[in-house]
Design a protein around this ligand. Structure first.
Ligand code: TPP
Ligand code: MG
Length: 401
């Protein structure tokens, strides 16, 4: 049974270290830290690939990846490698002063590529600020993700071009946007689905509770995809909930499932299942991808101040890219030539991103007044005039230059 209906407290570290290896097995352990001494149960977790790259059977979810070809598996691997390479380049660019900030997805590649590749073109995505892998799957050029982090635009892509909404910094708010959008999709009689990404920390926001309520009551075709990367900046997941996050769905009347967030196949399968439910008019689903943020929260954060190496090392052993590579090699689905070519492609992507960022033009100061209202607004016009006077005051101070 993977779709949970019983409450259980996840012991933080035992879940963290066993999540990738226990499959659907349950173990009991005790945690005293947050709740006092109490017996707890480690919840089920959908896993199709072990950290060692072994394919394990799953009666419920195998069917969603049954026909997957070697080429498609190599494609998932390529997606993860290129996304990681892009992410590393962006982190370096921030360190070199080319970006103001970067939010790395390191460690979360499988959750994002697995779920992103489950989507159809006509589905609509509402991301947070860390969904670089999902953006990649939607065909948003990676260089477009960097404008906002360089401070030269407010987004950088047309959401309707790829059905991928702009990054949302106000945590959890996009779950409401997704719910409203999904209600509209249902009213239109379309069979597309909507997916909202958010984090473990965001799951505590009132907006998320409201989105759960509305989507359940209106049976909206939406998938809530929570990447539980164990941390909300410096706050651990145990400070967000007394029950495993996926079990929160139960109180709202729709299914929740925990998936091994570092297993790309499992994320693909579970998200396909949830999207099919949405298309079939069965309403929302909560997917909790149990993963780990291997890097800092953003480049402004120093995780050594609140967590130790031990934890990161335990998760490195469950690396999403490594496990698929092991599987590809063991199954003879990829040869050395494939990996070498991908390395070359990765370096070319890094170069392209670097050059594109450095070449980004400074923004037009007045662009901020565009697109506020479709047909303009008197107040915006007034603000534009005030801003023009402010800008001109600098010219005066500088001798009119
Ligand atoms: C409404 C709101 N409150 C606070 C913040 C500041 N903030 C930015 S990211 C973050 C933590 C988010 O953690 P989580 O949802 O787990 O996502 P992650 O960053 O781990 O991907 C917080 C509190 C914010 N952006 N929006
Ligand atoms: Mg988090």
């Amino acid at each position: 049974m993977t779709v949970e209906s019983t409450a259980a407290r996840t012991p933080r570290r035992s879940a963290g270290t066993k999540a990738g290896t226990t499959g659907t097995k349950r173990t009991t352990s005790t945690t005293k830290k947050a709740t006092g001494a109490r017996k707890t149960t480690e919840p089920a977790l959908v896993q199709l690939l072990t950290p060692e790259g072994k394919r394990v059977k799953n009666a419920e979810f195998d069917q969603y990846v049954a026909g997957i070809t070697a080429e498609e598996l190599r494609g998932l691997y390529r997606d993860m490698v290129l996304t990681r390479r892009f992410d590393a380049e962006a982190t370096s660019l921030q360190r070199q002063g080319e970006l103001g900030l970067w939010a790395s997805l390191l460690g979360q590649e499988a959750a994002q590529i697995g779920s992103g590749r489950a989507l159809r073109d006509d589905d609509y995505v509402f991301p947070t600020y860390r969904e670089h892998g999902v953006a990649w799957c939607r065909g948003v050029d990676p260089t477009n993700l960097l404008g906002m982090f360089r401070g030269v635009n407010n987004g950088g892509w047309d959401p309707n071009g790829n059905n991928f909404h702009l990054y949302t910094i106000v945590i959890g708010s996009q779950t409401l946007h997704a719910t409203g959008y999904a209600m509209g999709v249902a009213k239109d009689g379309a069979d597309s689905a909507v997916i909202a990404y958010f984090g473990d920390g965001a799951s505590s926001q009132g907006d998320v509770a409201e989105a759960f309520t509305f989507s359940a009551v209106y049976n909206a075709p939406v998938v809530f995809f929570c990447q539980n990367n164990q941390w909300a900046i410096s706050e651990p997941t145990e400070k967000q909930s007394r029950v495993p996050l996926y079990q929160r769905a139960q109180g709202f009347g729709f299914p929740g499932v925990r998936v091994d967030g570092n297993d790309v196949l499992a994320n693909l399968a579970v998200t396909k299942w949830a999207l099919e439910r949405a298309r079939a008019g069965e309403g929302p689903t909560l997917v909790e991808a149990f993963t780990y943020r291997m890097g800092a929260h953003t480049t402004s954060d120093d995780p050594t101040r609140y967590r130790g190496d031990e934890e990161r090392l335990a998760w490195e052993a469950k690396d999403p890219i490594l496990r698929l590579r092991r599987y590809l090699e063991a199954a003879d689905h990829a040869d050395e030539g494939f990996f070498a070519e991908l390395e070359t492609e990765s370096e070319a992507l890094g170069r392209r991103v670097r050059e594109a960022v450095r070449a980004m033009p400074d923004p037009d100061h007045f662009a901020i007044f565009e697109n506020v209202y479709a047909d303009g607004h008197a107040l915006v016009d007034e603000e534009r005039t005030q801003f023009a006077a402010y800008q001109a005051s600098f010219a005066d101070a500088d001798g009119g230059k």
